[in-house]
Structure formats: C-alpha cells, structure tokens
Ligand binder design. Structure first.
Ligand SMILES: Nc1nc2c(ncn2[C@@H]2O[C@H](COP(=O)(O)OP(=O)(O)OP(=O)(O)O)[C@@H](O)[C@H]2O)c(=O)[nH]1
Ligand SMILES: [Mg+2]
Length: 339
C-alpha cells in the first residue's frame, strides 16, 4: 500500500480485495480511484487501478462482434457456494474431472490443449453447490492473455497433476512462473487456516492469492501416488495439501467434495416465512463470518435493502432469537427475515 493514503482509500482497497464478483470489483476500483490522493507517490498505483478498470469494463462488456476478442466469455460470473478454478499442465485430466464432477461434457481428449475457453459447471456436495471452472492448460507454448482476469473471481484452485507422467514437475514449475508473472499466486493456506492476506507480509492488492489443493489425478494408473507427491514436494518446495483421485474410476471424488466445503468454510442457511415450516431442501450458502445481511442479499436485493432484523433457530442461538443484520450466521441456521 502506498504511503499517506486516506482511510477511505484503505477501506475501498480492503473491499476490493474481498470482492469476488467482477461488477462489485469494478465498483471498488472506481471508489479506490476516487479516494486515492493524487500525487507523485501514488502515480504507479493509479496507473494500475486504471488498467484494471479498463480490463474489467471490457470483460464485463463481453466479446466484441467481429473484434479481436470475439469468442466465448473468458470470465465466469460466480455462482453457488464458491468458485473453484481447475488449473494444471496439459492432459492432466482437468476436463475429465470437470465432466465427471459437474456433468458438463467438457471436452476431455487424449491430445493436449483440447480446452480453449473457461467452462463453468456446478458440483453438488450434499445440498451445497460448488462452481467448478474448467480452464485451458497453462503452459509456455500456449500463453493465455486473459488467464489472470479469468482467475479473479475464483475462491480457490485445484492444481490437477498427473505426477506419474514424465515432465509434470517441470510443467508445474512453468505454470507457477507464468501465473506469477500475471500476479496470480498459488498458496497452501485455506480459509479454515485464517485470513490469507493477513499471512502475507505485504499483500499486493492487485494480486490474486488462490488457496490451492494439489489433486493427483489418474491414481488408477499409479496407486503409489504418495511417493510421487513426496518427490514433487522435495523438488519444487511446494507443500500444498493434496488428495489422490481418478476421473476414470471416481476414486477420491467424494472426499474431494467434503474436503472443499470444509476448508472453504461453507455455511448453509435455510429461510422460513413467519408461521410456516422452513424449506430444508435448498439452503442459501455463505462463508463463515458472513452475516444475516449477506444472506438477505442472496434472497433478494429488496429484502437486503429493507431488512430490519431476523429471527434465528440454530446451534448458536435460542429458538426464535431476534438478531440484527450484522449477526454472523452458523451452519444449519434457520432464518426468518423481517423488513
Ligand atoms: N487412466 C486415466 N486417464 C485419465 C484420467 N483422467 C483423464 N484421463 C485421460 O487423460 C487424457 C487427457 O484428459 P483431459 O481431461 O482432456 O485433460 P485436460 O487437463 O483437460 O487437458 P487439455 O485441456 O487438453 O490441456 C484423456 O485421454 C483422458 O481420457 C484418469 O483419472 N485416469
Ligand atoms: Mg481440458
């Protein structure tokens, strides 16, 4: 953060870092630009803000007809409890996993670089839905100009690797380098371990820090994959949490869903209308630390705007307890929203 910035700028920057939705991020950038002191010391960061505003405005406008950027969208609007990006070297099985977990029919082919554009899909984990985004492989021979933008809305990533395949370790190192050049950093810390940016000495507001799970795929071919992980850690120094899976047989995939919802601290909240039974089949999902107000926003923006208080039934409150909009919800809470 540059020296001598105002509290208003600091607040806008903090909001920008927290925001995942592209439209919300653009709003925050405008606020940052409005509140940053205009002097020599902030020249660099003002240029950064402007570039980001331009990029985001362009992505939100969608591809230009007949322009250089025509084609499918490169940024996927977040949906569900969290957005999970699939990253990895070519042919590691990202699309095979995406297809199996979400039913997307994402093209999984025996040749590399079959995937060219982001492909969203929803992965059910009990009554929670995670949004999985299949992505093109990140490799030096296949640069993707929009990859950093595509990763902005992601809450975390799965680093899909076929560790038994020769050359995978070098390819993963190259992937890290390419992403770091675009200010995207894979980190081994997950929300359950505490705030990520607090653990980083001088977090760059324009960088993306993605909690990363190493997903060792194709364990049907290599059941001794733990040995490969040990070698991987030794050679690269990366110590991501890891799971072994097979997109072919489905092994490990249930564990993957459980692992993600727990580490992302997904909180399910059910709503009810006064005098009626709650609908326990379709939860609204937020993250630990989020509030009654955040749930109201998911229900409807008018409900959020006019919200006065809520009644809560759940593990952390007595039945029907009246709480304010800032009350933090916990998993399994039933809420009655009053405007
Ligand atoms: N045996 C085995 N083969 C797999 C598994 N997952 C994927 N494959 C095969 O690996 C090859 C590559 O799979 P994709 O899903 O296209 O890989 P990708 O990471 O999406 O690769 P690109 O998008 O093309 O860069 C295909 O031939 C798949 O059938 C698995 O778990 N086990
Ligand atoms: Mg693919």
């Amino acid at each position: 953060m540059p020296a001598n910035v105002t509290p208003a700028y600091k607040a806008a920057e903090a909001a920008f870092r927290k925001a995942r939705d592209p439209e919300e991020r653009l709003e925050c950038l405008r606020e940052m630009y409005r509140t940053i002191p205009k002097h020599k010391g902030t020249e660099h960061i003002r240029a950064d803000i402007k570039t980001r505003m331009k990029e985001l405005t362009e992505t939100l406008a969608g591809p230009k007809k007949g322009g250089a950027r025509s084609g499918p969208p490169t940024v996927i609007k977040p949906d569900g409890a969290a957005q999970v990006a699939l990253l990895g070297p070519p042919n590691s099985g990202k699309s095979a996993l995406h297809s199996r977990l979400t039913g997307s029919h994402s093209a999984s082919e025996p040749y590399p670089f079959a995937t060219q554009y982001p492909q969203p899909g929803m992965m059910p984990v009990g009554d929670i839905h995670l949004q999985l985004v299949d992505l093109p492989s990140v490799a030096p021979e296949h640069p993707i100009p929009w990859i950093a933008n595509a990763l902005q809305p992601a809450d975390c990533c799965l680093l899909i690797a076929d560790l038994a395949h020769a050359g995978t370790i070098d390819r993963i190192a190259a992937l890290h380098e390419m992403l770091a050049d675009r200010r995207v950093h894979l980190v081994d810390r997950w929300p359950v371990d505490g705030d990520i940016t607090e653990a980083i000495a001088d977090p760059d507001p324009f960088a993306v820090y993605l909690p990363t799970l190493l997903v060792v795929n194709k364990i049907d071919l290599e059941p001794e994959y733990r040995d490969d992980v040990e070698v991987f850690e030794e050679l690269t120094g990366y110590t991501y949490p890891y799971l072994g899976v097979s997109a072919l047989t489905g092994e490990g995939l249930e564990e993957l869903g459980r692992w993600l919802t727990q580490r992302l601290e997904v909180v399910r909240v059910y709503t009810k209308i006064p005098g009626q039974e709650p609908d326990m089949t379709r939860p609204f999902t937020v993250r630990r630390g989020q509030t009654v107000q955040d749930v109201a926003r998911l229900v409807h923006k008018d409900v959020a705007r006019s919200l006065r208080y809520a009644r809560v039934w759940g593990a952390a409150s007595f039945d029907g307890q009246q709480v304010g909009p800032d009350h933090q919800v916990v998993d399994g809470d039933v809420l009655e929203l009053h405007s």
